[in-house]
Ligand binder design. Structure first.
Ligand SMILES: [Zn+2]
Ligand SMILES: [Zn+2]
Length: 287
């Protein structure tokens, strides 16, 4: 079976353990066929914007802008060094902020030709009183500002929809599709939230994007991959391409529960996984 892990972090982001080299060593030890290095892109570029980014501890969420170049060259060196042992891919996971695409582009565009793919994510919402990093436990008290968890899901999916429709925000793969469930906070009006999720899936298909099946959720309170089996079935019906990501923040998390997920995908009907090289998508067979 081909095992490719497209979502990994490392110590540069200040909340993961291990160097890029450590992750590659572990990936080789685990016999993975491919590892995508996809650390968080800096939030610093928002410091001069109207967004009050200082309301969230963004320094603990990503590398600094002055570290981007060495991040990319480190991966490039390791690619050559481990050429015979494992395929290595270069990527960023980038948070989407509506109306700030232009500013991001200034800092991000010149790295694009060095990337194999981009993960598009939403971890931060506008919130009722201030910016809200809903997946960070330290912001749990801010959930109270919303009428119910459903409003958080709806705001989240709306933001994802803007991300997909944005002509200026560049990404290839949609990360952890139903992330608001992370702390096991499930939708109350399931039909309402599911409708918004399906609307988001239809836009994803129209934009010809890929969705990752992220096994990070299996290690969190919710104990379930992102997205849920129910959503993956909708994705299959819409013929949306998928690939796997562990969202590793420690080398031991690499390839986490991939065999279980591949079985689940096969059961649903998937027989191919997406694969990226220099931002071009190909497919590999699930054996
Ligand atoms: Zn992270
Ligand atoms: Zn993420």
């Amino acid at each position: 079976m081909v095992l490719e892990d497209w979502h990994t972090h490392n110590e540069l982001c200040r909340h993961a353990e291990g160097t890029i080299q450590d992750y590659i060593n572990k990936a080789i030890e685990l016999n993975l066929d491919l590892i995508g290095i996809s650390d968080h892109f800096p939030y610093e570029y928002l410091e001069q914007s109207s967004l009050l980014i200082k309301e969230i501890p963004y320094q603990e969420y990503a590398m600094r802008l002055d570290e981007v170049d060495s991040y990319l060259s480190t991966i490039e060196e390791l690619k050559t060094k481990y050429d015979k042992k494992i395929q290595i891919r270069t990527a960023f996971e980038i948070d989407y902020f509506r109306s700030h695409e232009e500013r991001l582009r200034k800092y991000f565009e010149n790295t694009l030709d060095r990337l194999d793919y981009v993960l598009g994510s939403v971890h931060i919402l506008h919130g009722k009183s201030k910016l809200f990093a809903f997946d960070d436990r330290r912001f749990l008290s801010m959930y109270k500002e919303y009428e119910s968890i459903d409003s958080i899901y709806l705001e989240y999916y709306k933001k994802i929809q803007y991300m997909i429709k944005s002509k200026k925000f560049i990404f290839d793969i949609l990360s952890h599709f139903d992330l608001p469930k992370k702390h096991n906070k499930r939708a109350i009006n399931k039909g309402l939230v599911m409708n918004e999720a399906i609307k988001t899936l239809e836009l994803t298909k129209k934009a010809d994007l890929t969705i990752e099946i992220n096994t990070g959720g299996l290690r969190k309170e919710v104990h379930e991959q992102y997205p849920s089996e129910e959503i993956i079935k909708e994705m299959f019906n819409l013929d949306i391409p998928v690939l796997l990501g562990s969202d590793s923040h420690h080398p031991n998390d690499l390839g986490y529960e991939f065999n279980t997920i591949i079985e689940l995908l096969k059961k649903i009907g998937y027989n191919q996984l997406a694969h990226f090289n220099k931002r071009k998508r190909e497919f590999i067979e699930i054996s």
